[in-house]
Design a binder for this molecule. Sequence first.
Ligand code: ZN
Length: 195
Amino acid sequence: MSLQIIQYPHPTLRHVSKPLKRVDAELREWIAQMFELMYEHEGVGLAANQVDLPYRIFVCNPSGDPDQKDAECVFINPVILKGSGQAEREEGCLSIPDIRAPVVRKEKISVQAYNLAGEEISGEIDDFFARIVQHEVDHLDGRLFIDRLSPTQLADISGELEEFEIDFRSKRDVGEMPSDEQIAARIAELEQLRT
Ligand code: ZN
C-alpha cells in the first residue's frame, strides 16, 4: 500500500489514535514511506493519521534535511508528561498546506515514547523540537494547529479553510473520496490488527 498525505477536513485527522501494540514489517515499510513523504513535502514532522493510519506514531526530523539521518526520530506511543513556559511561533501543517499562523505552545516539555527498536526514549526537550512534538502529539489526539488559534486568527484564514472543505466535498461528489462510513470501517480494521 502506497501512503499519501490526507488533507483537512479528512475525518481521519480527527481520529484519536490508540497505543500501538506491535510493530511488524508492513508498519516499518509505512514508517519509511512517512519519512519520504515528509521530506518530499518539506516538512519536519508527520503523524500516522496524516497518512490515514490509526496508530499512535509520528516521525520527525527537526532539521528537515533528508541527509541528516542522525536527526531522524520515530516516536511510538508518545506521552507528554509535563510542560512549562510559553512560546509563540508560526506553524504550518502538511495536511493544511499553505496556511500558516502563530501558535502558542509550551516552551519546554518532558516526553516519553518508544523507538523502532522498542527501547524507551524519554527526556526534556525545548524550543523547536518541543514544538514539533506537541504539534504531532496533537495530531494523534485528533487535534490540528488551527484548533489552537484565537477566533480572530481563525477568521483570517476561514476563506482558505473553506476552500479545502469545498475541494473535499467535490472529491466526494466525483467518487474520489470514500464515505465517512468506509473510512471508519478501514480505520477500525487497521486498529484491530495492531492496537
Ligand atoms: Zn501537522
